[in-house]
Design a binder for this molecule. Sequence first.
Ligand code: UD1
Length: 358
Amino acid sequence: MKLDIIAGARPNFMKIAPIIEALEKVSDKIEYRLIHTGQHYDKKMSGSFFEQLGIPEPDVNLEVGSGTQAEQTGRIMERYEALLLRDPADWVLVVGDVTSTMACSIAAKKLNMGVIHVEGGIRSNDITMPEEINRMVTDAITDIFYTTSEVANENLKNLGHGTNKIRYVGNTMIDTLLKNMSRFNKPEVWNTHNLKEKEYFVMTLHRPANVDEETQLKNLIDEIVKGAKGMPIVFPVHPRTAKMLKGIGIQADNLYMIEPLGYLEFNYLVQHAFAVITDSGGITEETTVMKVPCMTLRDNTERPETITIGTNELVGTNPDNVAPFMKKLHEGNWKTGEIPYLWDGHTAERIVEDLLKV
Ligand code: UD1
């Protein structure tokens, strides 16, 4: 079997790392090629993850760089198709829901390759999110789904996909988390700001709904700063958010805005935090496994099990919603949560075992 593994943006890298590690053990049976689309290209958004997670250098980098949704999609499709025409593969394995996931699936499927989607089937039902479109399009042309939850399985069955295509294996992002927990590394900000165990917040914001509009971003941050009651808020700022923040000039004594962190440093901070405030999806899975309270600043989630089973609560994007959740946190009334079935650190092994039968 000749298999292409696609990675393009930050949340892909922790998902492919354990799959590649498991594939290395069966290199006599499955020949794989790692393709980086170059959607994320900074050391801080990409390179440091390869280094810290021991991911080998990509065999090919399509170097598509920044652009609008359509520009990035178009460039990835053109360049990946050209590669496949020169040097075809039998299957493409894509992960998650970023632009690279969708673009490579389309290019491959149109050349009659098989498409494997890891983390298939999840849905926010919010079509204003580019990620939701990426999920829908990718799943529509996927041949094998490796899923993270029962809800994903149900979504796929309701869409008419046969149960023979759906394989509930767990969560490869959690494989990476559990494998690296003992290596988590105290970042510099811990000492420079004298952080104390369980006495600070970690915040990340990058969704267009929260960060692309000045007043929304300002009001949200103001409410969070107020609700933190003086407790430090460590805020590693995504490049998209940084561009916006420059113009607003937000400042507060307890708000520490820093550069994006490496994987080991970011998760050290999360593990020891009082609570996390985020609009990311993946982080809600990590906080669930680390049993850290998590407030999600979105109106919906494609990962409902982080709420029904885990430590996550959906706060919404309305800044007025922040205060009651903050109160609950400060009063010590947050749920402790459980870990979803099969989020056990062995998902990539199950995937590769299954791939050997394809
Ligand atoms: C993308 C993903 C999102 C994921 C997020 C994690 C899509 C549709 N969205 O959103 O699902 O949660 O990544 O980060 O695929 N930039 C840099 N350096 C980089 C990469 C980007 O400065 O290495 C800048 C770009 O120039 C752009 C901005 O950051 O202005 C946003 O990057 P982009 O890849 O377009 O989308 P994200 O918002 O990061």
